[in-house]
Design a protein around this ligand. Structure first.
Ligand code: 5AD
Ligand code: SF4
Length: 444
């Protein structure tokens, strides 16, 4: 029997990847993906708990779904992801229409949980952190079809930044064995992937058994993946400054397929705030690290996350963050107002910053980042850059892709170029994208 499943994804790329794996695990028991909740037999919300707003969105969506469910016999609602992990049964108290609560480490159990409910179990909950590798328990990747895909290689976090829920929702750092990652990357390449982004909450802390029986770090893994036929580009995200080792820096110099773009969150430019955040590095440590990376790969473009209004942040602390942003020069950045998360050390710290102050600092920071991002994009005008085309453009006759520095690029060109790298002469730029003309196609 065919049933429809609608999966709505919130938060980070790891959730996007996990949603695909959930679709893969449900396919053998007859569930086909559907774009909308209306008419679906199973709706899964794959949730994010990182900031209060993200978690609250889930509850308002659950309100809407409860109504749908009351009009449709047999519809099931599941909450997956980090809200499921963090709040567990609390969810069914606040939203009684929810049938299944499943944490990020238990997705392979979804078919069993669905069967339990069909047998009349009422509700099913699983938020354990099992010892076994969830990736081994899930079916081999099948459902992703794009040119540029994501591959989770590491999960969890042992860093315990004082503002962050991830160490509690995703558990301890765990890295998948390299052989299983290489096999998955090969399957991806065989089914048309040209670019893979390696994902992990702390991806550069990757450390696991290699196929040679030795201990592999991320650099070693990147070098092995770069050998796979058909894979033109490799990226990785998200990284912590403390885990940026010599080998990984060298890989940026030596591995041509490793793209010159790095998302390396610093959070703040004030040493006082960095200490209170338990980041275990100073602003100058970060500056020196960026210098070394830029020496290895002079055209490296940088991205970061910033938090404004962390407890105790003064005007001087915020000025230090703005100073660091001006010193480094970012190609893009994400910035957030500090959000108090229950159970984290920072939520109990004195001197919480007023909302209006946070708003003002966020605006000032974002204005600077937009300036830098626009300047970075403009700096490509007049140059020729290799673009991996991965989708049709917005208008007929257009195709779109990404530059090595993750910029969106639009040109007039035939769809036959999708999946290939071609040279583009950049003619114009905006804050968010580049456009230009095809120069010639490479035999890539
Ligand atoms: N408040 C605001 N931003 C946060 N982040 C993580 N926790 C919080 C919080 N409590 C941001 C950090 C992190 C990104 C994924 O989310 O900048 O790097
Ligand atoms: Fe959260 Fe810090 Fe771990 Fe990143 S490194 S997931 S911000 S605790």
């Amino acid at each position: 029997m065919t049933r429809k499943v609608h999966i709505k994804t919130y938060g980070c790329q790891m959730n996007v990847y996990d949603s695909q794996r959930m679709a893969d695990v449900l396919a053998p028991i007859g569930y086909v993906p559907s774009d909308e909740a209306e008419g679906a037999d199973l709706v899964i919300l794959n949730t994010c708990h990182i900031r209060e707003k993200a978690a609250e969105k889930v509850y308002s969506e659950l309100g809407r779904l409860a109504k749908l469910k009351s009009e449709r016999d047999g519809m099931m609602i599941a909450v997956a992801g980090c809200v499921a992990q963090a709040e567990g049964e609390e969810i069914t108290r606040r939203a009684p229409a929810v049938d299944i609560v499943v944490g990020p480490q238990a997705y392979h159990r979804l078919p069993q949980m669905i069967a339990e409910i069909h047998r009349g179990a009422g509700r099913a909950l699983d938020t354990e952190f099992p010892a076994l590798d969830k990736f081994d328990a899930l079916p081999a990747e099948s459902g992703q079809h794009g040119i540029a895909r994501f591959l989770t290689v590491q999960e969890g976090c042992d860093k315990f930044c004082t503002f962050c829920v991830v160490p509690y929702t995703r558990g301890a750092e765990y890295s998948r064995p390299a052989a299983s990652i290489i096999a998955e990357a090969r399957r991806m390449a065989e089914t048309g992937a040209r670019e893979i982004t390696l994902l992990g909450q702390n991806v550069n802390a990757y450390r696991a058994d290699g196929p040679d029986g030795k201990d592999w770090g991320l650099a070693r893994l990147v070098r092995a993946l770069a050998e796979i036929d058909g894979l033109a580009r490799i990226r990785y995200t998200t990284s912590h400054p403390r885990d940026m080792d010599d080998d990984l820096i060298a890989a940026h110099r030596e591995v041509a397929a490793l793209m010159p773009f790095l998302h390396l969150p610093v959070q703040s430019g004030s040493d006082r705030m960095l200490a209170a955040m338990n980041r275990k590095h100073t602003a100058d440590d970060y500056r020196r690290l960026i210098d070394r990376l830029r020496t290895a790969r002079p055209d490296l473009a940088l991205s970061s996350d910033f938090i404004v209004g962390f407890p105790g942040e003064s005007d001087t602390d915020f000025a230090a963050t703005m100073g660091l942003i001006r010193d480094i020069g970012f190609a893009q950045a994400f910035s957030f107002k500090y959000s108090r998360r229950p159970g984290t050390p920072a939520s109990a710290m004195p001197k919480q910053v007023a909302e209006a102050e946070k708003d003002q600092r966020l605006k000032e920071l974002q204005d600077e980042v937009v300036r830098q991002q626009t300047a970075f994009n403009m700096s490509r005008i007049g140059s020729r850059i290799p673009v991996l085309f991965d989708r049709p453009g917005r208008h007929p006759g257009q195709i779109a892709g990404r530059s090595p520095w993750l910029q969106a690029v639009h040109v007039d060109g035939e769809a036959a170029l999708i999946g290939r790298v071609a040279q583009v002469a950049v003619a114009s730029a905006t804050q968010n994208s580049l456009s230009g003309a095809l120069v010639r196609t490479e035999a890539a």
